[in-house]
Design a protein around this ligand. Structure first.
Ligand SMILES: [Zn+2]
Length: 506
């Protein structure tokens, strides 16, 4: 996939919007001068020019005030969102032996927290992070799974990296519209987004999901990419991905002081897939992530923002242990609904399938009437109890899941799916942890901690919905927009009175 710089550079990226827009206003005057009548006398012409210029400046000034000007207290608000990918909420509710997470526990004790956050279906990184930024479920925001293509052989390994796939307004869109500055380090689905300082999460699908900063830089604003590389230096070989993300975040906080800062840390997810949740390796990474949270909070103090920054620690899903792997595509190949090459890669067929680890989505065009054939094909899974739940279109609709999927299989406890068609239908699993299931099962609860000058201490929210995160972030920024997202901001966690709605129809 070749994508030119011009399409990827966010509008005004690297500039502070209010100043940039004010400058644009003064640049508009020569346009008016060029439009003055040609044959008029010098005095008259100057008078008309002066009048026209003044009118243009006043109009632009009024427009600027309407579009961007915010009360000073709103402009001075800052919100930090750190997503620890795959962090179960029991991490801070019932810390395991060996866990040393003083920062997380302090934020939880001094702030508000949830016993668990119920995420989206499938409980995957990209749909979930997008829900936290839009307040909408996947059916509405359009990031249905991690993979952006389900057509075999066509961009088969591409994920939803690009923000243009999001079909509704995001938190960063609304913040920018209110004249606030935004930054993102590794937050999913931000490549090409209208974010002032964005380091998107993206990798070369030909190589796989390995940190490759020079590849990522191709999808950044080139000036910001040069500045960031200059500040943190060229990454060393095998440099830890999260360490690099923290170094970039510290640079952006110090240099640009964005109103909204999004940080996505990924080491825990990788470790839990490999060794399982609760493993000594996962505990060790959690200790490191806690240390990194401390480093970011220190960066806010150093930048003089400690007193007006509200902090949200979230995650996109929990994790469960697995020991078996199931290959539904084997049955579809056997039934003639799919074809596969010698390596077990799907090459085509009458249906499409997407494995989400814990769940497995099946697609076919309605006019093909393949429902019976698909059910007949998966019968061995049902007979051998290799499926926990089969969800039809109505169930998927109620969950706000992919509207194109005709059927979804949810894996039984201790098992996960894979898209390969090579090997036994069920076998022991090379990885030890998984997610992607229906979000209600124990262990999949995601995390939520809120802390800061605007947040009350000691509030236990019990269970919350992921759709409430986006409006909650906006409220912390001083923005209440009743038309944004599906769920109002969380209640009872706020110290200050509610900000006045900015929406004209509120
Ligand atoms: Zn994740």
């Amino acid at each position: 996939m070749v994508i030119g710089y011009t399409r990827l550079i966010p509008k005004g990226a690297g500039n502070k919007p209010p100043a940039g827009d004010a400058t644009a206003g003064t640049h508009a005057a020569p346009q008016v001068r060029r439009g003055a009548p040609q044959g008029a006398g010098k005095q008259f012409s100057r008078h008309r020019i002066w009048e026209a210029s003044l009118a243009a400046l006043v109009t632009l000034g009024v427009l600027w005030v309407i579009l961007y000007a915010q009360p000073a207290k709103v402009r001075h608000r800052h919100v930090l969102v750190i997503s620890i990918d795959g962090m179960r909420s029991d991490t801070y509710l019932r810390p395991l032996p060996g866990l040393h997470i003083p920062n997380l526990l302090r934020l939880k004790q001094q702030g508000s927290f949830a016993d668990g956050m119920i995420v989206v279906y499938p409980s995957l990184t990209y749909p979930s992070h997008t829900t936290m930024m839009t307040g909408k479920l996947p059916a509405q925001h359009g990031i249905y799974t991690n993979l952006s293509s389900r057509v075999p052989g066509k961009d088969a390994k591409d994920w939803f990296w690009f923000s243009h796939a999001i079909r509704c307004p995001t938190v960063w869109d609304v913040a920018r519209r209110h004249g606030l500055t935004t930054a993102s380090i590794g937050w999913p689905v931000t490549a090409g987004a209208d974010i002032n300082w964005d380091v998107p999460e993206i990798w070369n699908p030909a190589i796989g999901r390995v940190p490759e900063p020079m590849y990522v830089a191709k999808f950044m604003n080139p000036i910001f990419a040069l500045q960031a590389l200059g500040a943190v230096g060229l990454p060393k070989a095998n440099e830890d991905d999260d360490d690099l993300r923290i170094a970039l975040a510290r640079y952006v906080i110090q240099e640009h002081q964005p109103n909204l800062m999004l940080i996505h840390l990924v080491d825990l997810d990788a470790m839990q897939h490999q060794y399982g949740p609760g493993s000594p390796q996962a505990v060790q990474v959690l200790n490191s992530e806690d240390h990194r949270i401390g480093e970011i909070l220190a960066a806010y103090q150093k930048a003089g923002l400690g007193k007006n920054t509200d902090v949200f620690i979230v995650s996109d899903h929990g994790f469960v242990k697995v020991h078996r792997i199931i290959l539904p595509n084997k049955l579809f190949v056997k039934a003639g609904l799919l074809s596969a090459d010698a390596h077990g890669n799907i090459t085509g067929g009458r249906i499409d399938t997407v494995s989400n680890d814990g769940s497995f989505f099946i697609y076919w065009p309605p006019h093909r009437h393949l429902g019976r054939a698909v059910y007949r094909a998966i019968l061995p899974l049902l007979e051998r109890h290799l499926v926990w739940a089969v969800l039809g279109r109505n169930a998927l609709k109620a969950l706000g899941a992919d509207p194109n999927a005709r059927l979804a299989l949810d894996a039984p406890s201790g098992a996960m799916f894979d898209s390969s068609a090579k090997g036994p239908l069920v076998s022991s699993c090379p990885t030890k942890g998984s997610h992607g299931y229906l979000p209600f099962r124990p262990g999949l609860e995601a995390s939520f901690i809120a802390w800061g000058p605007g947040i009350k201490s000691g509030v236990d929210l019990h269970l919350i919905r992921e759709t409430s995160i986006a409006s909650t972030i906006l409220k912390a920024l001083g923005i209440i927009d009743p038309k944004f997202g599906d769920t109002p901001p969380l209640q009872d966690i706020w110290k200050r009175p509610a900000a006045r709605p900015h929406h004209p129809h509120a």
